[in-house]
Ligand binder design. Structure first.
Ligand SMILES: NC(=O)C1=CN([C@@H]2O[C@H](COP(=O)(O)OP(=O)(O)OC[C@H]3O[C@@H](n4cnc5c(N)ncnc54)[C@H](O)[C@@H]3O)[C@@H](O)[C@H]2O)C=CC1
Ligand SMILES: O=C(O)[C@H]1O[C@H](OP(=O)(O)OP(=O)(O)OC[C@H]2O[C@@H](n3ccc(=O)[nH]c3=O)[C@H](O)[C@@H]2O)[C@H](O)[C@@H](O)[C@@H]1O
Length: 461
């Protein structure tokens, strides 16, 4: 018999903590879940009556929050109270790439994780199961255990690793119908308690249990393999452009081999998102720290290929626009790192924009879900130029038609469905001629655009 969990606390109300715990709350109405965060504005947004103001945009999320919030799902800044009352505590805080000191630019910054552990240890007055939900370097559980056992009040802590595999934009469906749930641990009773929660909606044969280290390492490995597929097909897209092969046709041809599989073979302007780059850098760092130089260099290539792809896309725009974009207006359709999310972390759009701005281009951006403040913050963060200059050179507008007005070229950076259904004849009418389109997502219909006399360039064609 496993321990029955009545109360859960989740530390971190971000893109993972929010949606993940909302789904647990929906599927397990008998468990009371409190999601806590140090960011009071974020908690206020989760509690906002107007569901359009939730801090995370995910299809299907609003409905679930509407159903569970203030029933058995609560958002709070009272971290101590939630820890104190919980039987099980998920740690779902950010683990960004370290930007200082040893391992700068490579290692995961574990300071937020450590703070959580110290706070749990300080507050806990009865036994707790502590679940690593954040993506962590392999062997982090050993450090967590040491902090908890040495600074706590003598209570027992059992640590589980339960990495999250959801992808943004499809988070809710990924959570409701996961390919698998992975739980690593050392204590059978603690493992069983977490298995029992998931078993309310996931069949038990999809709930995989392993030792702690396999679980931690599987998460980094899964992201590295996924990103590697994107870099692999993107490397081939460059060769397609030189040879007359079409990368979509190549993807289809190789993907029909069941050993390769058809998913995750879409060539693009480069992968973005908060995790692929961070997790591979972390994997490279870990391999190096164990003296495994060849392993480190092997995975490093995935990142290098991704940087090359973004650069290549921007270079192609400049070259095609007669080798200069100075003073030319380029319309960006999309800023998010993929469709159906408002997340822009590491989005290829940021780097392509930065490069074009350094060539004195003027950019007008339209994205259906990303706010102007976010776009300016992304550019300012790079520190390439002053924030006044970013605001002078980049305009953010409310419609794609406005963005494309008077533009020399359009760059498609995100594969939002709505872009496919625009009145492209109307868009062309208001552009400078020749009207160029650079499709970084292979989203638009070449024939339709060429019939309208656009000069159309797509990745890998
Ligand atoms: N974003 C994604 O799609 C996925 C992310 N992950 C992993 O999940 C973890 C969280 O990622 P996101 O949710 O995207 O990050 P996020 O940045 O959206 O959210 C993290 C939240 O934790 C809060 N926080 C940090 N330290 C805290 C503390 N000591 N006490 C209370 N709150 C604290 C922050 O204020 C923030 O709101 C990362 O390790 C990431 O690698 C895993 C799978 C998918
Ligand atoms: O750890 C994480 O954060 C998550 O990282 C990715 O999820 P996410 O980054 O949200 O989104 P993906 O669908 O993986 O897309 C990542 C990037 O790769 C790009 N991509 C993806 C697939 C493809 O075929 N081509 C391609 O260019 C996307 O446009 C996007 O920029 C993984 O898919 C999740 O399993 C994982 O949980």
């Amino acid at each position: 018999m496993s321990k029955t969990i009545k109360k859960i606390c989740c530390i971190g109300a971000g893109y993972v903590g929010g949606p993940t715990m909302s789904v647990v709350a929906k599927q397990c109405p008998h468990i009371e879940i409190t999601i806590v965060d140090v960011n009071a504005a974020r908690i206020a947004a989760w509690n906002d009556e107007n569901l359009d103001n939730l801090p995370v945009y995910e299809p299907g999320l609003q409905e679930i929050v509407a159903e569970a919030r203030n029933r058995n799902l609560f958002f709070s800044t009272d971290i101590e109270k939630a820890i104190d009352e919980a039987d099980m505590i998920f740690i779902s805080v950010n683990t960004p790439t370290k930007n200082y000191g040893k391992g700068k630019g490579m290692a995961a910054d574990l300071k937020y994780i450590e703070l959580c552990a110290r706070q749990i240890a300080a507050v806990a007055k009865n036994d707790k199961i502590v679940v690593e939900k954040s993506t962590l370097p392999v062997r982090t559980a050993a450090a967590l255990k040491s902090i908890l056992d040495n600074t706590g009040n003598g209570v027992n802590f059992h640590i589980l690793s339960n990495p999250e595999f959801l992808a943004e934009g499809t988070a809710i469906q990924d959570l409701i119908n996961p390919d698998r749930v992975l739980i690593g641990g050392e204590n059978d009773e603690a493992i069983a308690a977490l298995v029992d929660i998931y078993a309310h909606w996931v069949s038990r044969d999809k709930i995989l249990t392993t030792n702690l280290w396999s679980s931690e390492l599987s998460k980094l490995t899964a992201n590295a393999f996924l990103a590697q597929r994107v870099s692999s097909i993107n490397s081939i897209s460059a060769l397609c452009e030189k040879t007359g092969a079409n990368v979509d046709e190549v993807s289809k041809a190789i993907g029909m081999d069941s050993r390769i599989g058809s998913k995750f073979l879409k060539a693009s302007v480069g992968f973005g998102g908060s995790c692929f780059q961070k997790d591979i850098l972390n994997l490279v760092y870990i391999a190096r720290s164990y003296g495994l130089t060849e392993v480190a260099e092997y995975w490093d290539q995935v990142i290098l290929m991704n940087d090359y792809q973004k650069q290549r896309f921007a270079d192609n725009i400049i070259q095609t626009l007669y080798n200069t974009v100075s003073g030319k207006k380029i319309a960006f359709l999309g800023w998010a790192f993929k469709k159906d999310t408002n997340d822009t972390r590491e989005s290829a759009a940021i780097y392509v924009a930065d490069y074009l701005l350094s060539e004195q281009a003027e950019i007008t951006v339209y994205d259906p879900k990303v706010s102007p403040e976010r776009i300016y913050a992304d550019l300012d963060y790079l520190n390439t130029r002053s924030s006044e200059e970013n605001r002078a050179l980049v305009k953010v507008v409310n419609t794609a038609y406005e963005a494309c007005n008077d533009a020399h070229a359009i760059a498609v950076l995100t594969e939002w469905d709505e872009f496919k259904h625009y009145d492209w004849a109307k868009i062309k009418e208001h552009m400078k001629k020749p009207a160029f389109v650079f499709d970084g997502r292979k989203l638009l219909n070449r024939k339709e655009l060429e019939d309208l006399d656009f000069k159309y360039y797509a990745i890998g064609e």
